[in-house]
Design a binder for this molecule. Structure first.
Ligand code: ZN
Length: 99
């Protein structure tokens, strides 16, 4: 079962109060492994993050598209792709108008 943002906030509060991860696991019913993972991720609940959202957590990676060091998905490449798509569409429209 996925942890909700509310649960994550509750777990964080308990840990901040000095409750051990083991005790938190017992009181909340969330496994110790999940709590440890939550702490590692900085209490970021993954279900709240849309699949296409850029994650600024961790180290940026080398983009295979533009070669820049970015957090994936690469915004630079997405912008470039959008520009190419827009240009192609504009050309299609112009072609239609010229006929
Ligand atoms: Zn890129």
């Amino acid at each position: 079962m996925a942890i909700t943002a509310d649960q994550a906030a509750h777990i964080r509060t308990l840990l901040d109060e000095g409750t051990t991860q083991r005790q938190v696991a017992i009181t909340t019913g969330v496994s110790k492994g999940r709590i440890a993972a939550l702490v590692r991720r900085g209490f970021v609940v993954s279900e709240r993050i849309p699949k296409n959202a850029i994650s600024f957590h961790g180290e940026p990676v080398r983009c295979s598209g533009c070669g820049g060091k970015v957090w994936m998905p690469c915004v630079v490449c997405e912008m470039e792709n959008a520009k190419i798509t827009a240009k192609a569409r504009l050309n299609e429209l112009l072609d239609l108008l010229m006929k």
